[in-house]
Design a protein around this ligand. Structure first.
Ligand SMILES: Cc1ncc(COP(=O)(O)O)c(C=O)c1O
Length: 459
């Protein structure tokens, strides 16, 4: 293996082998695979190593230790798989090595992101004239959307926050639901709003904001809503709150890391009614669109607000007559994330995106039905792709999760819901099939019954 071509072919072969070996494989690496990671850790060599040795070791020690979220039986956190066409696009894009920051550094990346942005707005049913920035994920997207909000609200009072910071600035009130994800809270703290200073609004049992509990809103208020609670999947009453906020000049930001994709499905769209009335949105592409990590987008109704919050000026940067990608993101140099989004959307078409989302939801309902029928408790209304299960006491549920993770048919994590320890099933991968759900639900039930009987005999 002497040439670059042979090296790349070897890496591709091993990557394909890894993907092909996923079905039937334990979705989480075993202790010996984790131990083998030590093979990657040694003093930095003084002299060069042959590239084929580098890739060989990376594959030998790394591939067995990769978490199997590309297979159909990984239901941990909210983690999507990767559609094969997006992996292929990612490999080609890796060969291109484009700097997507400027049109002049990559006309290719700029063009493809422009197209992908328009397609994303169409499929998510958002205003076609909105500004879109391609970022690492929902956390950066929340950061950017809330930065645009901060810019716009303070500008209304004649305050240039990019130039003057928040010292002595007019006060901005920030309102979030009591069940808001930590991601927008982190974004708010990075923006100087303070994650503890925000006002938290009471919620219902599914985690949705109660509109009548909102504090008075005005034109210096940011209301941060959620489409897709990370545990229950619940979606805030978007239309009612957006209309209230609009009437009072408040800014609405929607954290729709995965739930926003419901808008792409005729079956789910009703749950998101009014989502298009907000001012900014954050969503992940690496979750439900199933593109490789890392990938998300910020969307801002007024592109100027986002541009003003993100823009910089330097003598060597061309003037912005047209869309310059860097003007919509915190980064200057970055990889061309829009490429995989473009590939996914082209390959799936509108109906394929809807089907991907609807299949996940159908699988989630299937899980819930089977588990309920077996006598276990499903704690949430399975409105989208999330299922919260209790197998009995917290202690028993903890043991079932641990044993299921060891048993290896599938992988689910835990969370806390209404003070209870529960198992969370998040169906977010294109690769999950009905057969996977059948096999995984049976494994869950088998392990749970086993653990329950151990308990009964006092083991
Ligand atoms: C509602 C919500 N917001 C934000 C995030 C953070 O997304 P990311 O890890 O891609 O930044 C998540 C992740 O699960 C989420 O569920």
């Amino acid at each position: 293996m002497k040439t670059a071509k042979e090296l790349l072919e070897f890496a591709a072969r091993q990557g394909i082998h890894h993907l092909e070996s996923q079905p039937g494989r334990h979705p989480f690496p075993g202790p010996s695979a984790i131990e083998q990671l030590d093979r990657l850790s040694f003093p930095l060599p003084d002299t060069p190593t042959a590239p084929e040795e580098v890739i060989r070791l990376l594959d030998e020690a790394g591939s067995p230790a990769a978490v199997g979220n590309t297979g159909g039986r990984y239901f941990g956190f909210v983690i999507g798989g990767s559609l094969p066409v997006t992996v292929a696009a990612n490999w080609l894009a890796g060969a291109w090595d484009q700097n997507a920051g400027l049109k002049v550094t990559s006309p290719l990346a700029a063009k493809i992101e422009e197209v992908a942005a328009a397609w994303l707005l169409e499929v998510l049913r958002l205003p076609g004239e909105a500004g879109v920035g391609f970022v690492t994920g929902a956390t950066m997207a929340n950061f950017c959307g809330l930065a645009a909000a901060r810019h716009t609200l303070l500008k209304r009072k004649g305050w240039n926050v990019e130039a003057r910071g928040l010292y002595g600035a007019p006060e901005v009130k920030v309102v979030v639901g009591a069940e808001a994800h930590v991601s927008p809270l982190k974004a708010l703290s990075m923006l100087g709003f303070g994650s503890e200073r925000v006002m938290r609004v009471p919620i219902n049992s599914e985690g949705e904001i109660l509109p009548d509990q909102l504090p008075p809103l005005d034109d210096m208020t940011i209301v941060c809503l959620q489409a897709g609670n990370v545990n229950s999947g619940a979606i805030d009453p978007l239309e009612e709150i957006c209309r209230m906020a609009r009437a009072r000049g408040a800014w609405v930001h929607i954290d729709g890391a995965f739930g926003l994709w419901g808008a792409a499905s005729p079956q789910l769209a009703e749950q998101l009614t009014g989502h298009g009335l907000a001012d900014s949105w954050a969503t992940d592409l690496h979750k439900w669109l199933n593109v490789p990590y890392d990938s998300g987008i910020v969307i801002c109704r007024d592109p100027q607000g986002l541009r003003a919050a993100m823009s910089i000026n330097a003598a060597y940067i061309p003037p912005q007559e047209e869309r310059e990608p860097y003007a919509f993101t915190p980064e200057m140099s970055r990889r061309a994330r829009g490429i995989e989004a473009w590939a996914a959307l082209y390959a799936l078409g509108k109906s394929g995106v809807a089907e991907l989302v609807e299949n996940s939801c159908r699988h989630a309902r299937h899980f819930a039905r089977k588990l309920k029928r077996a006598g276990f408790e499903v704690l949430n209304e399975v409105n989208i792709n999330q299922v919260l299960v209790s197998f009995g006491s917290d202690e028993l549920t903890r043991r079932v999760i641990r044993e299921l993770q060891k048993e290896g048919t599938c992988w689910c994590g835990s969370t806390t819901w209404h003070g209870r320890h529960v198992m969370r099933i998040s169906v977010s991968s294109w690769a999950t099939t009905t057969e996977d759900v059948e096999a995984c639900a049976e494994a869950m039930i088998r392990v749970a019954k086993q653990e329950k009987s151990f308990k009964l005999v006092g083991c």
